[in-house]
Design a protein around this ligand. Structure first.
Ligand SMILES: *[C@@H]1O[C@H](CO)[C@@H](O)[C@H](O)[C@H]1NC(C)=O
Ligand SMILES: *[C@@H]1O[C@H](CO)[C@@H](O)[C@H](O)[C@H]1NC(C)=O
Ligand SMILES: *[C@@H]1O[C@H](CO)[C@@H](O)[C@H](O)[C@H]1NC(C)=O
Ligand SMILES: *[C@@H]1O[C@H](CO)[C@@H](O)[C@H](O)[C@H]1NC(C)=O
Length: 562
């Protein structure tokens, strides 16, 4: 590359020295008012005749030939093989003859008027075309007058853009460009080099103008794919992958994917419609996706090729899928972070579960109230609970009796809207007591048993057994056990009670359980069927459950069996 450039420079120099400094063209046009010269091109064969005298003639139409010398015209000077004009004027138009021995050379010179409104003459421009993005160089070289130049100015469309008075730069002006840049469309225009020359104490200007045209490289760029020629793409089996191929193209260029195998393409590989947009430089930017769904072993280590092409050339890029090596797919910090989040989440979930267990009763009650749940509407039963208690009241059982007959109805019926069945109140005296009780229990959703040590008297035992039958055999009723006074020994209860699903014991201190909001009532409500009701308004949360005249002695202990 470097060598080739060097050679090029050398060739240009030779060209400049042989053809620019001597005047090979026969018909020449120049502009009035500028220094000008004609120089005979001496070929090697003509070298020997060098000693011959040289004569210059001018033929001016009808006037015939006139021999030229400095005396005939002060603006003209003769130097061996060249004829110089300081400067050339309109009436220098005509044919000029060079004569050396028997060699004659003739030129036809046309001198045009200077354009007063422009810094250059339109018919004196040198055309130059540069492709966009390629190097634009403006060399201001005038080899013949080289040594006389003391200043070079460069104009673009008659506006000065560069100037040099640097001797070295001027000396090298045939290789040292005043402008060197990547060509853009806006660089198009007329570039005029104006050389200022000293001669006999006067200053002359020589103007040399280039008409620079910037070519969009529409028709001659080669299609170029963007990115490396060989791409390895790491994929995970089973995942989808898309390969994106993009290129710079000409108008007529296009890109396509090549993914054919000998036995046809893989069914999970698909080329998508591409997109194509015009760039400001007049090229086309195109891209096309190759989509591989659910990557399998077959897709690995196969070369998917993207090709950009036009009539002149093609460019190809290869994409090869490799299986991603495991273990590297999660960076360490992501892994640790994930673990911490997982641990925190499980702690939070655990806490929620524990809270849910602790506050299960409250949650269920809240849920029932919130949803307005009512499971009593459709079962065709009359009572929410049948209250079973010791009926033959002795003085020491007074509190139990009062609890069953007064407190329970006051709280459950008046405050929470349940309907209880209490033997003393709801059963008419006389009649078949046993049948009556049995049918009342069948009409009830729960049976609340207020236990006492002497509970298992005959009449009550029947109630319990009938309830157990309903609960265990028919599964139509649930049993709620209330342990009113502390009982240390439950052996008097039938074994079948132990078959009930679960049982729990809550110790209830008298003082703490007075409020409707206390655990005792909440647990009781929890065991009672869900029922939609409006609590009576204006009732205080802490209402004395036992009337003030009654005196409660000692502790109240409650256990509920379900
Ligand atoms: C300069 O070049 C442009 C484009 O090639 C052309 O249209 C224009 O006529 C040229 N001007 C002259 C004065 O030659
Ligand atoms: C030479 O050109 C410069 C500016 O380009 C101008 O100022 C000066 O007058 C010109 N000289 C002649 C002799 O035309
Ligand atoms: C493909 O890549 C090109 C260049 O990076 C981008 O402009 C184009 O939006 C991409 N296409 C898709 C579908 O991602
Ligand atoms: C892609 O190019 C490579 C190398 O030129 C070639 O071996 C391979 O067969 C090509 N793949 C397809 C699908 O044409």
């Amino acid at each position: 590359m470097c060598q080739r450039e060097f050679l090029l420079v050398l060739l240009v120099r030779i060209f400049v020295h042989t053809s620019e400094t001597c005047t090979s063209r026969l018909n020449i046009t120049t502009v009035e008012g500028e220094p000008f010269y004609l120089k005979f091109c001496l070929s090697s064969s003509e070298h020997e005749s060098e000693s011959n005298t040289i004569r210059w003639y001018k033929s001016n139409g009808s006037q015939g030939q006139v021999e030229l010398n400095s005396r005939s015209l002060p603006r003209i000077s003769l130097h061996n093989f060249s004829l110089e004009f300081w400067p050339v004027e309109l009436d220098d138009k005509g044919s000029y003859f060079f004569q050396m021995g028997n060699i004659t050379k003739v030129w036809n010179l046309n001198v045009v008027r200077r354009n007063k409104h422009s810094c250059f003459a339109k018919n004196q421009v040198i055309s130059k075309t540069v492709e966009v993005e390629k190097t634009l160089k403006i060399l201001c070289a005038s080899s013949y007058f080289q040594g006389l130049i003391h200043r070079i100015r460069l104009y673009k469309d008659c506006e000065k853009i560069a100037e040099t008075q640097d001797y070295k730069k001027i000396a090298e002006s045939d290789t040292n460009p005043l402008i060197q840049k990547n060509a853009e469309f806006k660089d198009q225009g007329y570039y005029s080099c104006v050389f200022s020359i000293h001669h006999n104490g006067k200053v002359f200007n020589i103007t040399k103008t280039f008409n620079v045209t910037i070519l969009g490289d529409r028709n001659n760029i080669i299609p170029a794919l963007l990115g490396p020629k060989l791409n390895y793409v790491e994929v995970e089996l089973g995942k989808d992958v898309q390969l994106n191929c993009s290129a710079l193209l000409n108008e007529d260029g296009y890109i396509y994917w090549n993914f054919q195998r000998e036995n046809g393409p893989d069914p999970n590989v698909q080329e998508e419609n591409g997109m194509r947009i015009r760039t400001p430089e007049g090229k086309w930017f195109a891209s096309k996706i190759l989509r591989i769904k659910n990557v399998n072993e077959n897709n690995l280590n196969f070369s998917y090729n993207c090709t950009a092409t036009n009539e002149a050339d093609t460019d190809t890029q290869r994409y090869i899928l490799l299986e991603k090596t495991h273990g590297t797919d999660l960076p360490g910090h992501v892994f640790t972070g994930g673990m911490i989040i997982a641990v925190l989440l499980s702690v939070v979930v655990m806490c929620l579960v524990i809270l849910g267990i602790i506050y299960r009763v409250d949650l269920v009650l809240f849920y029932r109230r919130f949803m307005g749940r009512d499971e009593t509407l459709t079962d065709g039963k009359t009572y929410d609970a049948f209250v079973s208690y010791l009926k033959e009241s002795r003085p020491e059982d007074g509190e139990e009796h009062m609890f069953a007959v007064e407190v329970l109805p006051r709280v459950l019926e008046k405050h929470f809207g349940y309907k209880l069945c209490i033997f003393e109140r709801d059963v008419m005296p006389g009649g078949a007591v046993v049948d009556e009780i049995h049918s009342l229990i069948q009409k009830s959703r729960r049976i609340i048993i207020v236990l006492s040590k002497r509970y298992m008297s005959d009449a009550v035992r029947y109630e319990l057994e009938s309830g157990l039958h309903e609960a265990l055999v028919e599964r139509k009723i649930k049993i709620i056990l209330i342990e009113f006074t502390p009982i240390s020994d439950f052996t008097f209860l039938p074994q079948s009670l132990k078959l009930l699903k679960s049982h729990r014991v809550l110790k209830w201190k008298a003082e703490k359980s007075l409020s409707y909001n206390s655990r005792f009532w909440k647990n009781l409500l929890y065991l009672m069927p869900a029922k939609a009701f409006k609590p009576a308004e204006g009732e205080s949360e802490i209402l004395p459950i036992f009337s003030t005249t009654e005196k409660l002695h000692g502790e109240l202990s409650v256990s509920a069996y379900l």
